[in-house]
Design a binder for this molecule. Sequence first.
Ligand SMILES: C[S@@+](CC[C@H](N)C(=O)[O-])C[C@H]1O[C@@H](n2cnc3c(N)ncnc32)[C@H](O)[C@@H]1O
Length: 225
Amino acid sequence: MAMRQIQVADNTLVIHELEDVCDSATGRALTGSWVWASSLVLSNWMANQGPTHFNFQDKTVLELGAGAGLPGLTAAQLGASRVILTDVSPLLPGLLKNVEANGLGERVEVRELVWGSDESPSQIGEFDLVLMSDVFYNAEEIVCLAKTLKRVCDRETTVLAATEVRPSTAECLSELIKEGFELNELPSQLGFAHSEGMESLDRFAVFHVIPPPEDSQMEATCTYK
Ligand SMILES: C[S@@+](CC[C@H](N)C(=O)[O-])C[C@H]1O[C@@H](n2cnc3c(N)ncnc32)[C@H](O)[C@@H]1O
């Protein structure tokens, strides 16, 4: 397990990246085992520009597909009162380790949440803010993600998503739009130095994702496995 110290505005977060967590079906390393550049983009956007759009103080926050959990932990450092970091179960021990490493255990919880699953989202409740970084890469999963988003958002929920712009991104975004979501790209003066592995910030975007009005929401049929 590698340990990184990641600077986000005035704060330093300790993040452990997992090295040997594999999907039992494919044998491939789980993508959430390490920090993706989009999570640096989203965390820095929240710390630098976020407060002019959203007051983190005392808010409840849910992170979907959290991986190592950097954006959710950043929200806790910015004043959120309750943060839930979610992902598939093999990644939860790593997320817990990162919560503990940053001394945020009183305000940050870790839970399994598989997009589109029936049981977990409704038990979790609704949130002031939902965060997602680098989850727009497989268009087949977007219906499931949309189903979960509709369950955890109400009229007041702000949803922020950072993504690397890849060939598959447009297809993912148009799937979300088909599900009734509106997407507004936020101003992208990301306000932090380029770091290793990020050749150009032009390849990244931060979106305000607006869920469809509750009375027009149809339950998506989620078949992705
Ligand atoms: C590319 S990684 C990004 C991880 C992290 N958000 C980041 O930016 O560093 C995609 C994440 O989405 C999660 N994910 C993908 N499909 C999922 C699903 N159906 N349900 C829950 N999480 C899922 C993966 O486990 C992984 O953590």
